[in-house]
Design a binder for this molecule. Structure first.
Ligand SMILES: [Zn+2]
Length: 158
């Protein structure tokens, strides 16, 4: 009797795990096959020119199911960038400077395999664009967007 119950629990868990993998797989396939969005493509071009890298993955918008502070994310598989997905709602609220920095941060993950680095200057500003949190505006103003763009190359050489 107990053996029978255990077998059924095992079957149910196996089915649930299978369903979970199916959902994750379908979601991945959806994002992987999205064409790069026209509005976002200019950032891909800018990134390729600035850092001399080839971007061979999709960059597109997504609409989150519930409000979140996430601006965008890069999916990495085995150190290779698979896609960059940008939260459409939050993107609309960003200034041009922030849009640029957000995209370069994500492609820093996806194309340079850069990890988050929360090193700070004495003024509390991030040293790198790859900080794990959203860059305060005064840091962009004080250090300059040019500095933060160049910080990707600085971090890559370290
Ligand atoms: Zn990041």
């Amino acid at each position: 009797m107990i053996k029978g119950i255990k077998l059924w629990i095992k079957r149910i868990l196996t089915t649930l795990f299978g369903l979970y993998l199916l959902i994750v797989g379908a979601n991945y396939l959806y994002h992987y096959t999205q064409p790069t969005n026209d509005e976002l493509d200019q950032y891909r071009v800018g990134f390729e020119v600035m850092y001399d890298k080839k971007v061979d993955y999709s960059i597109h918008f997504y609409d989150p199911n519930e409000p979140t502070s996430v601006l965008a994310y890069c999916l990495l598989l085995g150190g290779k960038g698979m896609y960059v997905a940008v939260n459409r709602d939050n993107w609309r609220k960003l200034t041009q400077d922030r849009r640029m920095l957000t995209m370069m941060h994500e492609m820093g993950h996806c194309s340079m395999n850069l990890k988050h680095n929360d090193a700070e200057f004495k003024d509390g500003c991030p040293v790198y664009l790859m900080a794990s949190y959203i860059m305060p505006q005064y840091c962009i103003d004080d250090h300059g967007i040019g500095y933060y763009l160049s910080s990707l190359s600085i971090q890559e050489k370290h």
